[in-house]
Design a protein around this ligand. Sequence first.
Ligand SMILES: [Zn+2]
Length: 113
Amino acid sequence: MICPKCKAEYREGFYKCADCGIDLVAELPLEAAPEAIFKDPVEVFSTYQQSEIAFVKSILESEGIPYFFQGDSSLLISAAGAYARLFVDAKDADRIRELLHELELSVPESENI
Ligand SMILES: [Zn+2]
């Protein structure tokens, strides 16, 4: 088990980091790179709005579509005008764009990464 914050390693049976007080994870999350998750990632959406991020995530999860939000931590977004970018696999991209369009969320033009 590993603390996602301070990266301390714990034996099996530990669930919280003694230093940070946060839940341990079995594996560290992948570094923020959509390429690590999708062979052919396509950016289908970007937003500054936490509410939109949460909304889109809930849709994708209910549809069972794998996705990757780059930079979706609230700290990152509220700081310095950063924004979250949604990536999905190329094979799901058209479907997601359609879905987002129906939901009247802004969809950026298709662009190569
Ligand atoms: Zn820790």
